[in-house]
Design a protein around this ligand. Structure first.
Ligand SMILES: C[S@@+](CC[C@H](N)C(=O)[O-])C[C@H]1O[C@@H](n2cnc3c(N)ncnc32)[C@H](O)[C@@H]1O
Length: 218
């Protein structure tokens, strides 16, 4: 895990404080994100009624992970903030489902093999300099036919100098990362974030690893 000094552990501490503040209130709400909903729509389109083995990286309080489980999928949720993961388990239970596995750890330490749908909702940025190498590893670990659904902050609103420990994507950079994959959805948006009282910009992608996808360098 991280030592107390690095920016990554400070970021996780920040989220743990948020999630621990009030056990009843879910910071991002209990409903699935737009990307979570879209990811399952594309899963159905590509794979019909197959059960997906889903890896939710940085699940927070589990709004997407719990919903994926409720929809009958096998979900492994990764979240280093213990209060977030505990709330994710609770939310799944409230919905009559359960997370198959909850890993309270850094996503950099997770065995990435063995999943069909990799989901990362606004969490990869927090890997800082490890973000792009991790994304590369994630693509390499994905089986042919597997899907990625990723939402990530872009530089448009945040500026070219990211805060320590953050990595921001340039316009179209995320799409470029997935060249050779089947692009199912790509969009960039600029939204008002009330708790920050500012505009924030994001890129979303849903892509499928095709037969022809180039082998990723290790
Ligand atoms: C902006 S929140 C998004 C939470 C959730 N995906 C959602 O959309 O509701 C970012 C999450 O990423 C988690 N995170 C940060 N660094 C991480 C790491 N190295 N490994 C796994 N999760 C991490 C944080 O603890 C936090 O829960």
């Amino acid at each position: 895990m991280h030592d107390g000094a690095d920016p990554c552990s400070r970021l996780i501490g920040h989220w743990e404080e948020r999630f621990a503040e009030d056990a009843e209130t879910y910071f991002f709400g209990k409903e699935p994100s737009a990307l979570g909903r879209l990811a399952l729509r594309f899963w159905k389109l590509c794979r019909g009624d197959d059960t997906a083995r889903i890896l939710d990286l940085g699940c927070g309080e589990g709004r997407d992970a719990a919903w994926f489980a409720e929809q009958g999928h096998r979900v492994t949720a990764v979240e280093p903030a213990p209060s977030g993961l505990a709330k994710a388990h609770r939310l799944a239970e409230e919905r009559g489902a359960r997370l198959e596995t909850g890993l309270c750890c850094d996503m950099l330490e997770v065995d990435l093999a063995g999943y069909d749908l990799y989901f990362a909702g606004n969490s990869l940025n927090l890997l800082g300099r490890s973000c792009l190498p991790f994304l590369r590893r994630l693509r390499a670990a994905t089986p042919r036919g597997g899907l990625h659904a990723v939402r990530i902050a872009t530089r448009e609103s945040w500026g070219p100098d990211p805060r320590p420990g953050h990595y921001r994507f340039d316009h179209n950079e995320l799409k470029h990362e997935y060249r050779g994959w089947r692009l199912l959805y790509y969009g960039e948006d600029l939204i008002y974030v009330p708790h920050l009282d500012r505009l924030a910009s994001f890129a979303d992608i849903i892509a499928q690893k095709t037969r022809g996808a180039a082998r990723e360098p290790d």
